[in-house]
Design a protein around this ligand. Structure first.
Ligand code: ATP
Ligand code: MG
Ligand code: MG
Ligand code: MG
Length: 471
């Protein structure tokens, strides 16, 4: 089954069960300045869930573009290392706004997974929230999942809340045991473990309480359902692929990277990591730019810049010295334009934005890497094994290295980064820029210089704005 077919199967199933097929919303949330990017299917329905916005349907199905990089949900540094995490991914979801609830939601999910996708029943595991006996009864008595394959997990995994107050409720998640070879060294490896063995496929959220300032939970009059399943994960299972990157949602992009670099994904683990990062980040950059995010030194644009620079750095590692990301991005557009037609409209624009960023970053990348290598030699020889805040700041300020590039380059985990020192250097830089702005504003110095025929050039605010919040 192709990735596109896995997507269609999901949408068609819920359409058949009277769900309205709603288009994915933008990666930039339209009315939520607190949220960096749309990171789940429910984001476009937030106001509907709390009853502030009425829609002419009470059930919906979507395939939602999501980004989990920067902000509260940040999977950026997992990318390349786990089989299942991306920065950009598609979340398939069905929603009920006060229509059906727990039993129906569980029944739909189980029916679709076992009869639609035909997953082997004896490999499926279920997690529920600690005290959610209602969910236990449904899974065990109605669906027939044996008790020993139902696991009770705590708040971090299986309780969801919109914020500190407001709608919240327990979740239930469906996992598939992918076998021992995906496992880890932990003797207690089980559902909820961080490794890729018990792969979490689908999360069903039961929005059934309202939490007030004291933390008291009051049942909602019209409980709601919000679910999310990663398309890339279900596709990897359907294609019996080792990782999401071995599915047809990624292989054409990786094929292009192989062609450009003359290397193979199977050459060695480090090459595989680089190719995974590049293919993932090509998708993220393409979709973010298509939704109007531009590379910048703060906020959303800075996260995009980090993603692109990280990809370029990994490209350098496998010998890609010429700009390549705009080429892999074109592959993404070709593959995804059927499902997301908006990509067609901005094809040339996306290519040029990426190419520009590549060209400007390439100039400093090699010098920066050299400086970092030299600094690391000294650090390794030293007792404390700390990379100083000043070096991190110089790499950041002069060479445009986001901190995560530095982290990626340092494979020796006895070395630590002095991030406090980095913040201090950043603050000192801000102070300096503030006083120089005050100086310029006084006009005196400027008038003198300009009278003397000196032209000033605006070089932007590179490195001066509030990025440290999202580093
Ligand atoms: P995990 O525990 O594997 O990090 P999660 O519990 O953070 O996943 P949810 O927030 O429950 O994920 O999101 C719903 C579904 O979206 C997950 O069950 C999974 O299928 C998918 N998903 C979540 N994060 C990612 C990601 N970074 N890349 C790809 N798919 C993801
Ligand atoms: Mg997660
Ligand atoms: Mg989880
Ligand atoms: Mg989850």
């Amino acid at each position: 089954m192709k990735g596109s077919e896995a997507r269609k199967l999901f949408i068609d199933y819920f359409k058949k069960h009277n769900h309205r097929n709603v288009r994915s919303s933008s990666l930039v949330p339209s009315d939520d300045p607190t949220l960096l990017f749309t990171n789940a299917g429910m984001v476009q329905f937030k106001r509907t869930f709390i009853g502030e916005e009425k829609r002419d349907y009470t059930t919906a199905v979507t395939s939602q573009k999501c980004v989990r990089a920067g902000g509260k949900h940040n999977d950026l540094e997992n990318v390349g290392y786990t089989a299942r995490h991306h920065t950009f991914f598609e979340m398939l979801g069905n929603f009920s706004f006060g229509d059906y609830f727990k039993e129906q939601a569980i029944t739909f999910a189980w029916d679709l997974l076992t009869n639609g996708y035909k997953l082997p029943v004896d490999k499926l595991w279920v997690s529920i929230y600690l005290d959610d006996d209602e969910a236990f009864e449904i899974w065990n008595k109605k669906i027939g999942v044996p008790e020993d394959r139902i696991v009770r997990l705590g708040e971090a995994d299986n309780f969801w809340a919109m914020g500190d107050t407001g709608p919240c409720g327990p979740c239930t998640e469906i996992h598939i045991d992918r076998g021992e070879r995906f496992g880890c060294d932990n003797p207690n490896c089980a559902v909820g473990c961080d490794c890729d063995r018990y792969l979490e496929i689908w999360n069903l959220v039961f929005m059934q309480y309202e939490r007030d300032e004291e933390g008291t939970l009051t049942p909602l009059p019209n409980p709601c359902i919000d679910t999310g399943m990663g398309l890339e994960r279900i596709t990897s299972i359907m294609q019996n692929a080792d990782t999401n990157y071995d599915t047809d949602l990624f292989t054409p992009i990786i094929g292009k990277v192989e062609e450009l670099s003359g290397k193979k994904m199977t050459d060695c683990n480090d090459t595989a990591i680089a190719m995974k990062v590049i293919s993932d980040h090509s998708r993220a950059a393409t979709f973010l730019i298509s939704d109007g995010v531009m590379p910048a030194n703060e906020g959303r644009g800075y996260v995009l810049r980090r993603i692109m620079r990280r990809a370029i750095r990994y490209g350098r590692f496998i010998g890609l010295t010429e700009p390549f990301l705009h080429t892999t991005s074109r592959v993404v557009m070709e593959m995804m334009a059927d499902a997301y037609p908006e990509l067609k409209e901005s094809e040339a624009f996306i290519t040029s934005v990426i190419k520009n960023e590549e060209e400007s970053f390439s100039v400093t990348l090699d010098n920066g890497l050299r400086l970092l290598e030299e600094a690391l030699e000294d650090v390794k020889a030293s007792e404390a094994k700390v990379l100083s805040g000043d070096v991190i700041f110089k790499l950041y300020d002069t060479y445009g290295f986001p901190v995560d590039i530095i982290r990626d380059v340092i494979t020796d985990d006895t070395i630590t980064l002095d991030l406090e020192g980095f913040d201090k250097a950043m603050e000192a830089q801000r102070e300096k820029s503030r006083s120089s702005v005050a100086f310029t504003r006084s006009g005196e110095a400027f008038r003198k210089l300009s009278a003397a025929g000196v032209k000033t050039e605006f070089t932007g605010y590179a490195g001066l704005t509030g990025e440290s919040k999202i580093l």
